[in-house]
Design a binder for this molecule. Structure first.
Ligand SMILES: [Zn+2]
Length: 91
């Protein structure tokens, strides 16, 4: 009569992250980095990708030490990966 069924297996994290990559557009990646939020509206260009633009408030915040360089570096890496994924999907 014991309740012996225990759900022990958890879904694979790798498949979850692949699904998330499909959902996250490169334009939306910026919202996944919460510490970027206060600066997103201060960029010179509305279409700013926050990777290398002049007048980018996010990059300025990185240079001022308000956002950690490693976080911004991983943002750029993910941004480039998402950009490549999109190009692949369009083929
Ligand atoms: Zn920017």
């Amino acid at each position: 009569m014991g309740n012996g069924t225990y759900v022990a297996d958890t879904p694979g994290f790798s498949s979850i992250s692949i699904e998330r990559y499909d959902v996250i557009k490169k334009e939306n990646l910026q919202y996944c980095f919460r510490e970027f939020t206060p600066y997103l509206t201060r960029c010179k260009f509305a279409s700013c990708s926050h990777t290398c633009e002049k007048g980018c408030a996010v990059i300025e915040a990185v240079e001022d030490g308000l956002i950690s360089k490693s976080r911004h570096a991983s943002y750029i890496t993910m941004y480039n990966e998402l950009k490549d994924l999109k190009e692949w999907n369009m083929k």
